[in-house]
Design a binder for this molecule. Structure first.
Ligand code: BES
Ligand code: ZN
Length: 496
């Protein structure tokens, strides 16, 4: 199934924590992606079945209704734009309302969902006010209304009836959902890219010497450290501490480089967890930006917004951050200078609705920044054993960039005995989708999972630990090689 993408504005309006948890369940359902089951016959609607208070009837006129809670505040400008020594203390970010601790009566609040028409047909008793919509790719969608407490049942229904991930995007008001649909740019990202660039594979002189330098013990050490926080939950103090540690670690790898800066960037919808961005200024085309990113936060199913929930998130996604860290180490150790500007990003608050990456992607779009390629690293270390080494996620990403990643794989990884496959999430499952929604070319290689489609069984549990990944980072090392190939070929080398 194809669904619309979150616009950068709108995903930020997604209801937090208790209403996003059902979305998290969809990660588990994602296990069943591509295995459609029997489609039940439509059930006649039961208009009274929805327990939300009376609400305006579905109509486009409702978009401007004064009774609607409209949107969140505009994103602030990027908060920090200067290099910081790791000895300098970051000023405390302003405390934001803690979404995690919503009172129970919030569960009766209306929620507006954008879902596929197929999904809609299966839940007439759970939603009402269906309004037909299309995304910019022409996918048939429905904008519906439900109540917060119905959302988990909707996820269950999708799972039970479709036997695959279905998905939806949730908003606090119809106006926000309408804006989401209006501003979504997936087609733009796919067919008429905001930034036109021809990807070439001609920089083996840089990439080849890098590949043997990948040291899995370094990656293992970073995963061990990041999973040693009780959690990296977006609203928890440890979630912020982890971001500071990543900034300090990345900055240390670039010690002495005048062309490199690292910063924490406040995110108004990410509680106290900032983005971490390390920038290597391009020497030839500094306005063209190559991004390598992964999410730094973690969450556990049933965590209920607790700031002390146990969520080690070793694979999801300490592994992605650790992989990026090793890529950066090798590039910096070689004294490499890029032609294009490179940004390493650790996104906050991915697990509660792609909030950090949406904020960043939206900020780049607002500045008309020329982001030419984005690679996502999310879950790189679990090796299911019998399958391929990595799978290219083919939905919510850019076809030209996908082709480029496949060329990189075939040029640099296949000769080393690695194998690849394809997969889909079926929904906007990680930060690559935020860049796609903002109209930028973005793509995602995933750790693969087993041939039957099942993946890491401990995602979003206290068992997402290094110990449950063989206490090694062998699998992530392959992704570090992919990251190095991407870095050298997308950003190119100054002086060559
Ligand atoms: N790493 C997962 C996404 C994932 C899971 C990809 C399994 C491939 C296989 C990511 O951190 C995640 O959990 N995403 C959320 C979606 C987000 C919008 C809240 C999810 O999948 O529910
Ligand atoms: Zn996750």
């Amino acid at each position: 199934m194809t669904r619309t993408l979150p616009s950068t504005d709108l995903i930020l309006a997604v209801r937090p924590v208790f209403s996003v948890l059902p979305l998290l369940r969809l990660a588990v359902l994602g296990l069943l992606c591509g295995v459609p089951g029997a489609i039940p016959a439509p059930v006649p609607p039961a208009p009274d079945a929805v327990d939300a208070p009376a609400l305006p009837q579905a109509s486009t006129a409702g978009m401007a209704g004064a009774s609607m809670r409209v949107g969140r505040p505009a994103m602030p400008p990027r908060a920090v734009e200067r290099r910081r020594s790791h000895l300098e203390r970051e000023p405390a970010l302003p405390e934001l309302p803690r979404n995690a601790a919503r009172p129970p009566d919030e569960r009766a609040q209306p929620v507006y969902l954008v879902m596929s028409r197929e999904t809609y047909r299966r839940m007439p008793d759970l939603v009402r006010g269906g309004e037909p919509k299309r995304d910019t790719l022409g996918t048939e969608l429905m904008l519906v209304e439900t109540s917060a407490r119905r959302v988990p049942s909707i996820s269950e229904r999708i799972h039970a009836s479709e036997r695959r991930c279905g998905g939806y995007f949730a908003f606090d008001s119809r106006a926000e959902a309408e804006t989401f649909l209006r501003e979504e740019r997936s087609a733009h990202s796919k067919f008429s890219p905001f930034v036109r660039v021809r990807y070439t594979v001609d920089n083996a002189a840089t990439v080849d010497p890098w590949l043997p330098q990948v040291a899995q013990d370094n990656i293992r050490g970073t995963i061990a450290h990041l999973s040693s926080y009780r959690n990296r939950y977006y609203a928890a103090p440890t979630g912020r501490q982890a971001a500071e540690w990543i900034r300090d670690t990345w900055l240390a790898l670039a010690a002495g480089r005048e062309d490199v800066s690292a910063e924490l960037i406040a995110c108004s919808t990410c509680s106290t967890q900032p983005s971490v961005v390390l920038t290597i200024r391009g020497s030839v085309q500094p306005d063209e930006i190559v991004v390598l990113g992964g999410h730094l936060d973690s969450i556990v199913i049933g965590g209920n917004g607790s700031l002390t929930q146990y969520a080690p998130g070793a694979d999801d996604d300490a592994s992605g951050i650790a992989t990026l860290t090793e890529v950066l180490r090798i590039a910096m150790a070689s004294g490499w200078r890029p032609r294009r500007t490179v940004k390493f990003m650790a996104y906050p608050a991915e697990e509660v609705g792609l909030r950090g990456s949406n904020a960043i992607a939206r900020a780049h779009r607002a500045q008309n920044a020329k982001v030419v390629a984005v690679l996502q690293m999310d879950m790189t270390n679990y090796n299911a054993g019998a399958g391929v080494d990595m799978r290219l996620i083919t939905d919510y990403s850019n076809p030209a960039l996908q082709t480029f990643l496949l060329q990189l794989f075939d040029t640099y990884l296949a000769p080393r005995g690695m194998t690849r496959g394809y997969d889909t999430c079926g929904y906007a499952c990680s930060d690559h989708a935020s860049w796609t929604a903002a109209g930028y070319p973005s793509a995602y290689f995933f750790e693969a999972g087993a041939p039957n489609g099942s993946y890491f069984p401990y995602i979003h549990t206290g068992n997402d630990t290094l110990a449950n990944m063989g206490d090694s980072a062998q699998h992530s090392a392959k992704f570090a090689q992919m990251g190095l190939a991407f870095l050298g070929e997308a950003a190119k080398t100054y002086g060559r």
